[in-house]
Every structure is written in structure tokens, then in C-alpha cells.
Design a protein around this ligand. Structure first.
Ligand code: NDP
Ligand code: GDR
Length: 327
């Protein structure tokens, strides 16, 4: 009998990390997750699998902790999902964002070189690297023009991944993922903010939601579809970079229309614009061209934009009806 594969996920307590852990467990991997110390436990997204994964203490700011984590679990695959991932927070904390989201990538790559250069590596790159887009739709060849300290940090993380692949022959791949959402999305991101507010309003627990730029367009997909693409990248003989997206774009206003309409309400009665949620520089239009990931990895998204919004509204209605606190 062959031993199960082992994978280390950084950012396992986040949206994507938790879905990737579910996915790899289904594939019978032994799953390890890097978790940083905090004063309160924040394992709500992995509660259901906590007895099936091994959590290792470490931080993307501390290279020795990454070396120790890799030495302990001896994985064949590392998925680097840890980051300060909320764009507005990157203006408030640009240096921390650079440490975690940019230099953290170099630290984990160094740890891989130290412990075992044969480990396959996935870097969570982002469509935010395209920022003020140079062409529509965006492909693997589109030049980057990041518009936030977060986007700038992701460009660094992307290029250091490419550089270590070319300099040291690492099997390091970068997935340029467009926005992907789910009921496990953090409450501050716009999709979840809207679906949670819709559920609260429908149940008489709130009477408005305050948003920023309603004209901004995103290519929104469903997170469980996207973690499948991450895994596929590491199963290829050769490492590479891939845009992962649906190829469709929708405005924030359309998100509001679909979400409110689903529960029989008119968004105009409840959505208020608030300058507090405007960004110093925004990304107005993102839409990816997923031709390469379709052709080379056979990856296709399975959930449409409308289905995604409905899944999220249903989940928030259930959460509130069950008297649970949003996570
Ligand atoms: P989340 O914000 O939900 O999760 C981020 C994770 O990183 C959390 O587990 C967090 O831990 C961890 N983390 C943050 N800082 C550190 C640190 N210093 N050391 C160790 N762990 C740390 O993000 P998502 O799951 O949505 O995204 C996953 C990755 O993909 C991120 O890198 C993100 O930038 C990127 N990405 C996401 C997209 C999306 O649409 N979701 C699209 C493109 C890229 P804790 O729980 O302790 O805070
Ligand atoms: P984004 O996601 O910045 O694309 O980054 P977010 O959901 O925060 O914003 C999307 C767009 O919605 C507009 N918007 C608002 N956004 C928030 N958060 N709150 C509001 O009230 C609001 N009103 C309008 C924003 O201006 C923006 O244009 C996400 C993160 O997951 C990143 O880590 C990831 O890299 C990218 O997606 C791809």
C-alpha cells in the first residue's frame, strides 16, 4: 500500500484554506495546517475537520517557524494561502501587508529550499495585480498595474515565485485567481457583506447596508471550484502560471440587485452609499480569460454568479435563523 500524500496549507483558517483542506481530505491526503498564535481561537471554518487535520504553530513573519513546520510534516505539496488579504487594510497597514503577503512568500520558498527542494509549491497570486487594467480580459500575459499596497505585495509574491522556479528549479506554480466567494467569506468583503445584510434585513434584524463603490466590476466565482484549480496545478509535470476566473464580470450594484431580489426585496430601498467604504484607489473592472486553465488543466467553474449569490444568501438566512453568530 502506498502512503498517503502529505500537504501543508498556510492560511488553513481562512476561506480558501478551509475548502482546500476539505478537498485534500476527500482525496485522502494527510493535511497539515500552519496557524499563527492569537489571543482567541479562530478555528470556526475548520471546526468540522479539526480532528482530521494536524495544526502546526507558525507565522509567515518567522522563517524559522516555517522551516520547523516543513521539517515536522515533510509534505510533498505546500499551498501558500496565508496573507493579509483585505485590500482596504493594506493602506492602514502597508508594512505588515508587505511582510506577510510579499516577504512571507520568500520565507516559505527559502524554507522549501532548506528542507526539501522537491516539494511542490502553490502561490496564491491575485487578479488585484492587474489593478488599473492594461487590457480586457486579463490573461497570463497582461502586464501588472497594482492599485493598493496589497496588490503591490502580491506582485512581489508572484515574481519571487517565478524567480525561485527559474533560479533553483523549484516546482513552483502561481495561480492568478480572480475573486471567489462562499458562505465562509469574511464579513468585510463585499459579497458576504451584502448577503449577510440581505438576510438580516429579510429577518427584520437590520434596515440598511452601507457600501462604497457600486460601479466597480468583479469576476466572481465560487471558492470550492477554485481550490480544485490549485490542486490541479501541482499535479502537472511542469510548474506554470494560470489565470483562474469565470470570464464574466458583474457590478457591485448587480450583486445587490440579485441578492435582494432573491428574497423578494428591492435593493434601492436598503442600500446606502457611504464614503467610508470608498478606496483611495480602486480597481474598477476585472474580468479574466480562463482559456489556458480550461485547455491545460481541464478546469471549469461549476457554479454561476446567480447560484453563488443564492448559496450565500441561503447560508446567511440559515445562520441567523439558527441563532448563530456570523464567522
Ligand atoms: P483569508 O483572509 O480568508 O485567509 C487568510 C489566511 O492567512 C488566514 O488563515 C490567516 O490567519 C492567514 N494569515 C494571515 N497572516 C498570517 C501570518 N502572518 N502568518 C500565518 N498565517 C497568516 O483569505 P482567502 O482564504 O480569501 O484567500 C487565500 C489566499 O488567496 C490569500 O493569500 C489571498 O490574498 C489570496 N487570494 C484570494 C482571493 C479571493 O477571492 N478569496 C483571490 C485571489 C487571491 P488568521 O485566521 O489567523 O487571520
Ligand atoms: P477585493 O474584494 O478588493 O476585490 O479583493 P472586496 O470584496 O473587498 O471588494 C470588491 C469591490 O467591491 C467594492 N465595494 C466594497 N468592498 C467592500 N469590501 N466593502 C464595501 O462596503 C464595498 N462597497 C463597494 C470595492 O471597492 C471593490 O471594488 C478580494 C480579496 O479576496 C483579495 O485578497 C483578492 O486578492 C481579490 O479579491 C481578488
Amino acid at each position: 500500500m502506498t502512503a498517503n500524500k502529505r500537504a501543508l496549507i498556510t492560511g488553513i483558517t481562512g476561506q480558501d484554506g478551509s475548502y482546500l483542506a476539505d478537498f485534500l481530505l476527500q482525496k485522502e491526503y494527510e493535511v497539515f495546517g500552519l496557524v499563527r498564535r492569537s489571543s482567541t481561537i479562530n478555528f470556526s471554518r475548520i471546526e468540522h475537520i479539526q480532528d482530521r487535520v494536524t495544526l502546526i504553530s507558525g507565522d509567515m513573519l518567522d522563517e524559522m517557524s516555517l522551516v520547523q513546520a516543513l521539517s515536522q510534516c515533510q509534505p510533498q505539496e505546500v499551498y501558500n494561502l496565508a496573507a493579509q488579504s483585505f485590500v482596504p487594510a493594506s493602506w492602514a497597514q502597508p508594512v505588515f501587508t508587505g511582510e506577510a503577503t510579499a516577504l512571507g512568500v520568500t520565507r516559505i520558498l527559502n524554507a522549501i529550499r532548506t528542507v526539501n527542494p522537491a516539494i511542490r509549491f502553490y502561490q496564491a497570486s491575485s487578479s488585484e495585480m492587474f489593478g488599473k487594467v492594461r487590457e480586457v480580459p486579463q490573461t497570463e500575459q497582461t502586464p501588472f498595474y497594482p492599485r493598493s499596497p496589497y496588490g503591490v505585495a502580491k506582485v512581489y509574491g508572484h515574481w519571487i515565485t517565478v524567480n525561485y522556479r527559474e533560479s533553483y528549479g523549484l516546482h513552483a506554480s502561481s495561480g492568478i485567481l480572480f475573486n471567489h466567494e462562499s458562505p465562509r467569506r469574511g464579513l468585510e468583503f463585499v459579497t458576504r457583506k451584502v448577503t449577510h445584510a440581505v438576510a438580516q434585513i429579510k429577518l427584520g434584524m437590520a434596515n440598511e447596508v452601507r457600501l462604497g463603490n457600486l460601479d466597480s466590476h468583479r469576476d466572481w466565482g465560487y471558492a470550492p471550484d477554485y481550490v480544485r484549480a490549485m490542486w490541479l496545478m501541482l499535479q502537472q509535470d511542469k510548474p506554470d502560471d494560470y489565470v483562474v476566473s469565470t470570464g464574466e464580470t458583474h457590478a457591485v450594484q448587480e450583486l445587490c440587485e440579485v441578492a435582494f431580489e432573491y428574497v423578494g426585496l428591492n435593493w434601492r430601498d436598503y442600500v446606502k452609499q457611504d464614503p467610508r467604504f470608498m478606496r483611495p484607489a480602486d480597481v474598477d473592472l476585472l474580468v479574466g480569460n480562463p482559456a489556458k486553465v480550461h485547455a491545460k488543466l481541464g478546469w471549469e467553474p461549476e457554479v454561476t454568479f446567480k447560484e453563488l449569490v443564492q448559496i450565500m444568501v441561503d447560508a446567511d438566512l440559515k445562520l441567523l435563523r439558527d441563532g448563530k453568530k456570523a464567522r
